[in-house]
Design a protein around this ligand. Structure first.
Ligand code: NAD
Length: 352
């Protein structure tokens, strides 16, 4: 297969293959589009089965970042990076610093932040070599609590307000009292989301491959643990994917009883036809890159002077954007994913 013909290439401005034999770094940085501003996106570390799998992931994720920032109203473009390796066994200071040097060489066209497999300390290590980092500053919330970089609470809050908008649109309800929600993945985002939902009176079912996480969240929040393969078959109102991509596929869409899908995971649809399949089944899908934009909003404001109230209000606007997408999708009888992609492309196209 030729790179430029790759089905996910989609006119990427720049794709950089990074190699540092001394530290073992093998990474790809993908810059999809910088029309609206410098590209910002997380660095994922994952033991990909092949280089092609890594390339596919980074291309899909970086395009998603272009669309995400465009619809969140941020002056940012879309980019992402992946390090090929096992984050538990292959990570070292030398490898992270080598990654930082590769980010630095791009002169600010790509700004790196944390993602699956990388953490705030990892990005701080990269920051020894480059200034083009985000997601590491200490932030103080209105309640006086501080947190160090991690955008997950902001992402979870965005998913929560977005889910409320979706529930209002499809189920005609303004409150979440007694709403039945299944969460797949109770990691950084899923656990915060679970707490918001519990506080709003929802009933929760949770699944995670990490049994200890399930136990902790179940004990703390009174959620019902379910088996990983059971989470698609539950009689619930909302399914919230907060684990992996491609989770809405030929097998799972047909199994869902939920009338709303609203969760944090990136690239939830295995392919465009699964957006259509959800639409055909009358399931309202909150497009992933719209509902999970809280993190990039949070990380962006870190670079411009962090004002907690301003960040919260921009995250709350995710609900308005989703409501507009839902209304247009209804009027045009089209899947929400199609409408969201078109709105994002229009915003970038107008700026161009
Ligand atoms: P995380 O790694 O902290 O949590 C993911 C959880 O999913 C883990 O607990 C993991 O054990 C679990 N999991 C993995 N495979 C599973 C499976 N098959 N079934 C059930 N559980 C499974 O990641 P996170 O930061 O919480 O992010 C969750 C998702 O949201 C990811 O797809 C991420 O790309 C996306 N996202 C995260 C942010 C953020 O701010 N962290 C922002 C935007 C999008």
């Amino acid at each position: 297969m030729h790179l430029f013909d790759h089905p996910d290439f989609d006119g990427h401005e720049q794709v950089v293959f990074c190699c540092d034999p001394a530290s073992g770094l093998r990474a790809i940085i993908a810059i999809h589009d910088t029309t609206l501003g410098p590209s910002l996106g997380g660095c994922r570390m994952w033991p990909y089965a092949s280089d092609w799998e890594a390339l596919r992931d980074v291309l899909r994720l970086s395009r998603g970042m272009t669309y995400k920032s465009a619809l969140a109203g941020l002056p940012l473009g879309g980019g992402k990076s992946v390090i090929i390796g096992n984050p538990r066994t292959d990570k070292s200071e030398a490898l992270l610093r080598a990654m930082g040097r590769n980010v630095e060489r791009l002169g600010g066209r790509y700004i790196v932040a944390e993602d699956s497999g990388t953490s705030v300390p990892d990005i701080k290590t990269m920051a020894l070599e480059t200034t083009h980092v985000s997601g590491i500053a200490e932030k103080t919330t209105d309640g006086g609590a501080t947190r160090n970089g991690d955008p997950s609470p902001a992402t979870a809050y965005g998913v929560f307000v977005g889910m409320k908008a979706a529930v209002h649109h499809r189920l005609g309800r303004s409150d979440l009292e007694g709403l039945k929600v299944a969460i797949q993945g109770v990691g950084h985002v899923g656990a915060h989301l679970a707490r918001h939902l519990r506080d709003a009176g929802a009933r929760l079912w949770i699944a995670d491959i990490d049994a200890e996480r399930v136990r902790q969240v179940a004990d703390t929040l009174g959620a019902t643990p379910v088996r990983v393969d059971e989470v698609f078959d539950l009689d619930v109102d909302v399914f919230a994917p907060c684990a992996l991509g491609a989770v809405l596929n030929d097998d799972t869409v047909a199994r869902l009883s939920a009338r709303v899908v609203a969760g944090a995971a990136n690239n939830q649809l295995a392919g465009p036809r699964h957006g259509q399949a959800l639409f055909d089944r009358g399931i309202l899908y909150a497009p992933d890159y719209v509902i999970n934009a809280g993190g990039v909003i949070d990380v962006y404001h870190e670079r411009t002077g962090y004002d907690h109230a301003r960040v919260m209000s921009q995250i709350e606007a995710i609900a308005d954007t989703l409501t507009e997408i839902f209304a247009r999708a209804d009027a045009e009888r089209k899947p929400t994913a199609v409408v969201a992609d078109r709105m994002a492309c229009q915003r970038v196209g107008r700026a161009r």
